[in-house]
Design a protein around this ligand. Structure first.
Ligand code: HEM
Length: 362
């Protein structure tokens, strides 16, 4: 108990909790990796876009299996500006995932998880998992073919974990799937649960974690981020904040142009966008969102247990990073981060090609 208290007292020093220390006196290091200090702010801005556009969609969206599809169609085709708000929500969701991953990779490469920033890092991992949770739960809400079938596949892959666990624990994944699904098959109970997760539970958790995350960032200042001594700094307020807001303006401009010109679902073929038909056959081409390809593509090629071991092991390593990598040099961390980024880009862009090559060779 005392050691937990000591740990927290060191990470949240009360004597530093004042405006002078956390805002007016704060400085930001200036070096060749300084661009990475803007990635967290951009993620925050995209989250705010999601909150505002999500609230607007809620005025019309109906979370029932009979009305969900039509209500989304109504938003897109009848409500003035509805298609822009829906596209903005969908494009910003993808952009948020991209930036949260870029922020994770760069803070890792800059060793920003090291003491005294462990709590900032752990809150960040929580936010990462929540962001993926937003993606998974939001995908089901339009209740079209791709949404319902992709959700079924996602839930089945949770259940499949049971066969690799010891007998006493083998039922747990099935139980977890049933709790999430709410009934024998994906249906109204599932839609209600995903809806509540997407619009109430995950947003509330995000507000709490973002609060802790930003408070500890302000308390400890930005980490140095590069090996050696940093000679130049700039004031956080107003210099860095003005630049931060300028990046937000640029991001909004890009998101808005995308939302006006390019419907997000233009990338899917028509049968996938049909209303879900429980008695119909599953159309070809069912896939999760692009940001799940890093798990989905290997699942198509490698044994299930191996991929799940890598995913769960990866999450544990990330959670323990402040302790596992406390003596690792920034140079080594940077190499690991570049390795992950390389894997992510290749598997996301060329997962299909690699799958066909591997299958053709067998
Ligand atoms: C919704 C998701 C997130 C939001 C809104 C967010 C926001 C921010 C902001 C505004 C900053 C300060 C500016 C910066 O250094 O970029 C920051 C710093 C930081 N974030 Fe995040 N973040 C999120 C997710 C994550 C994730 C997934 C991680 C990694 C596990 C993470 C780890 C960190 C760390 C370690 C810092 C301190 C950086 C330093 O001291 O140099 N964050 N975050």
């Amino acid at each position: 108990m005392t050691s937990v208290w000591e740990f927290l007292a060191e990470r949240f020093p009360v004597e530093k909790m004042d405006l002078q220390h956390m805002v007016q006196g704060k400085t930001v290091p200036v070096h060749r990796m300084s661009w990475a200090y803007y990635l967290g702010g951009i993620t925050l801005f995209l989250f705010l876009i999601q909150v505002v556009t999500g609230l607007m969609l809620l005025f019309y969206y109906q979370p029932t299996v009979n009305d969900a599809y039509e209500s989304v169609q109504y938003i897109t085709e009848e409500v003035p500006g509805g298609h822009i708000i829906r596209n903005l929500h969908a494009w910003s969701a993808s952009a948020m995932i991209f930036f949260v991953l870029a922020h994770l990779v760069t803070t890792f490469a800059m060793k920003a998880f090291a003491k005294p920033r462990e709590v900032t890092w752990l809150a960040g991992i929580g936010l990462l998992l929540i962001t993926f949770g937003f993606g998974f739960s939001g995908y089901l809400l339009p209740w079209n073919q791709i949404a319902v079938n992709a959700t079924k596949i996602g839930l089945q892959s949770i259940e499949a974990m049971g066969q690799y666990l010891p007998a006493s624990m083998a039922h747990l994944p099935t139980q977890l799937k049933e709790i999430i699904q709410g009934e024998a098959s994906v249906g109204q109970a599932t839609l209600s649960r995903f809806f509540v997760l997407h619009v109430v539970v995950l947003p509330l958790l995000s507000f709490g974690l973002i609060g802790i995350h930003l408070f500890s960032v302000q308390l400890h200042g930005m980490s140095k981020g590069v090996p050696g001594e940093v000679k130049k700094t700039e004031k956080f307020f107003p210099t860095f904040i003005i630049k931060d807001f300028s990046t937000w303006g640029a991001v909004f401009f890009i998101m808005f142009i995308l939302a006006v010109t390019l419907p997000f679902d233009a990338f899917f073929s028509f049968p996938l966008m049909d209303p879900y038909n429980a008695r119909g056959s599953t159309p070809d081409g069912i896939k999760p969102e692009w940001y799940f390809y890093m798990v989905y593509s290997p699942l198509e090629m490698l044994p299930y247990w191996l991929v799940m071991l890598a995913v769960n092991g990866g999450i544990v390593v990330l959670l323990l990073a402040p302790w596992i990598f406390q003596h690792t040099s920034i140079k080594t961390l940077r190499t690991l981060a570049i390795g992950f980024a390389f894997y992510f880009v290749i598997i996301t862009l060329f997962g299909d090609v690699i799958y066909h090559l591997v299958k053709g060779g067998m």
